[in-house]
Ligand binder design. Sequence first.
Ligand code: B3K
Ligand code: ZN
Length: 901
Amino acid sequence: MCVGTVAEGNVAKGEEPATPAAIYLKDYQEYPYSIADLTMTFDLGEEKTTVHSVCRMSSKSGSSVPMMLNGDASLELKGLYVDGKPLVEGVDYDLSEKELLIKSPPSGDFVLGCITDIEPQNNTSLNGLYKSDGNFCSQCEAEGFRCITYYPDRPDVMTKFTVKIVGDKEKYPVLLSNGNLVAEGDLEGGKHYAVWVDPWKKPAYLFALVAGQYVALEDKFTTKSGRVVDLRIYTAAHNSHKTQHAMDSLKHAMKWDEDRFRLEYDLDLFNIVAADDFNMGAMENKSLNVFNSRLVLASPETATDFDYNRIEGVIGHEYFHNWTGNRVTCRDWFQLSLKEGLTVFRDQEFSSFMNSAPVKRIDDVMIVRSRQFAEDAGPMAHPVRPASYMKIDNFYTLTVYDKGAEVIRMYHTLLGEEGFQKGIDLYFERHDGQAVTTDDFYKAMEDANNTSLGSFKLWYSQAGTPTLKVTTEYNEGDKTFTLNCSQELPVTPDMTQEKKPQLIPIKIGLVSPDGKDLVLTSVQDSTGSETSIGNATTYVLKMTEMSQSFTFKNVPVKPTPSVLRNFSAPVKLEMEQSSEELKFLLSNDSDEFNKWEAGQRLITNLIFDLLKSHQSGQELQMDNSVTEAFGQVLTDDSLDKEFRAYAMELPSTEELADKIPKANPVDIHKVRNFVLKSLAAGLKDKFLQIYNANNVKGAYKPDREGKSRRSIRNCALSYLGKLADSDAEIKALLNTSFKEASNMTDQMAALGAICGNAGEDRENALKSFYTQWSNEPLVMLKWLGLQAGSNIEGNLKVMKELLEHPAFDIKNPNKVYSLVGGFTRSAVNFHAADGSGYEFLADLVIKLDKLNPQVAARMVGPFTKYKKYDDARQALMKAQLERILATKPCENVYEIVFKSL
Ligand code: B3K
Ligand code: ZN
């Protein structure tokens, strides 16, 4: 559905909605026609926009077979002709809600013309061509092009696009599409036109059109072979001072891709446009990336360090798609991870290069563990390469993106940087200009390295998170150290047959009692084969069986094992580790990821022990040795400050809830908060010292030094905030830090710390923040999000007020994600025992479903995890899912709700 009228799905009026049909990977068939080129003319209007498309086509087999074109119900077909001859409905073609079938097209070459009228101004789904802030803007991935014209809207149909845009010159002075501008000029009646030709063939999902009032920041980049590329970032005039960081990020990304992957840009122009109304983050349309404005615009006063990093990463991500996605694209949407997993891996590597690599790794793992693992354990669990779907929009998931990136990272871990690069080179050598599969990528990796990756391929087809169980033993007599490993593959709703063992790379180090890594000489596995390691201190074990043991030889002393270094596989590691071992690794592990991980495990064990006490009515007692261990990391000057801030962060309530059956999120939140408060009280002096020592003087710069210092300083402030309700000195400190903040990172940190406690300070700070920033929509997102996620009891009342507030607009996805998405992260209010939070969310999903199915489907996500919670909450959430289903929602929401129930 492209237009935000009441969703009727694919049924005739008055009938019960048909169950949306699933589409299967196994049913893939090549499209029977090829398209030499496509010429489109857009006549942009206020009441309607007319689209005239002309394709030069030919039958691949040389015979006439029926030709299916996709088209949304919102299209008004004004003309359809073949070789100039109009076609007649019912005779030459059949038209249904979603398809147009030409019964017997010519068997040779022919020209197909199609004229449609569309209404972008009424398109609230933001899919296809729509209007944002008075400007025309498009979003075609995955299936938006069919909301523009009838066309084979599938990624394996690729052609060269010529696009002529005609529009009012005053209203739409800037007219953009993909490729190069080849002609422009004035027309009668105050109109003008522009013609764009994209020399690279592409699928329809990479098409883009933008028309409106923009100003551009311009720059140039010279590629390593000497091509001078014009770079432009378009925004509304009032935001033109906020694009420098995006431009810097783009140039860094272009240079990095040349240095790391030897990939160069392939056109003379690269445009980015910022749109305020956008369903997701950004879109990699060939040479015309469209971005959600929150991922382009940044100024020190309005954006935080987090925003600066996100912008850098996403600008990189979309730019990197030019090769991994555009030059080589997907054969079908089941292969989505071919481009997304690989491009996420590339953007992660880029951000690691630009910032702290261990911190970036921790950040990425936190997302996988707190959110992707939950998805993998829920009703929507699907493999990295799904086998079926109802709505592809619902499969732009953490599994396809982030687990997909972990799969790519595992190739890298198994083959090494050189082997991985050889595989990438062969992939492009074989497939440049093609639409291919994850199997093709896999084959290129194997062939380039002359190796077999065996059961590694199962990572693409088996859903669910493997559990890796490890026990260890040291044999004093023959100086060997053995790891006994077993893997368990969970049953997932998508797959009933038994799963086979997946190749798991287990990166390991053995830490000697003096804190140094032992030198590893050789390892023997339970199949008997022995491998010489060559005196390294870290080694990657390749686990291929359900159960397998690995014995390291010549181990002089009993070591503490550091297993799954750098999170070498996306698995749940189950391994008994005493508090003493964890504290030892927290101070000594040379692998920074596992150093951080030791702290996480230590604190998780403590929280779960305390949860038991809490639930049996006992008074909570902090373990002071844990406070001491954390205090040591916090003040260890040999460590990066940003890393130290991350080490102090506790696992989220969500991640903790995921680890136990029938979780009570409110209890977890209370215990977690007790631990935060206890750490704050125990380390108060240290936090104060850090806060005072890390004030960054001078103008804000998003550089590493500045970001690190702000990160540890604001971590300290956040902890100190936990003490404010009983400590007047701290209360005053929070207020001063809010008033004195000279950039948004510090201002938000102070506001966040103040808002943790109900009271006058909180009310005043929120009011003053609003007064200061009410004209900055992106800052208002922070204001909405902060209030929505509050764990102060009774906040639902505030939520209801905010829904009516001028700062909120249900038609703007960013505002919905901040306010409604933010609310679902509040353990206390979303999970309120009376079910009021769940009812609130369901009401909104039902409302959103009529306006924007993709956004509604994203908002229904928190309900899919209902089986994780206690019986009472399960019943309440389930009742809301049933209520949503009874409203006969659109296909996007239907698929998720149906699968959940
Ligand atoms: N490829 C787009 C995502 C499109 C989502 C469509 N529902 C952005 C990205 O991953 O780069
Ligand atoms: Zn992407």
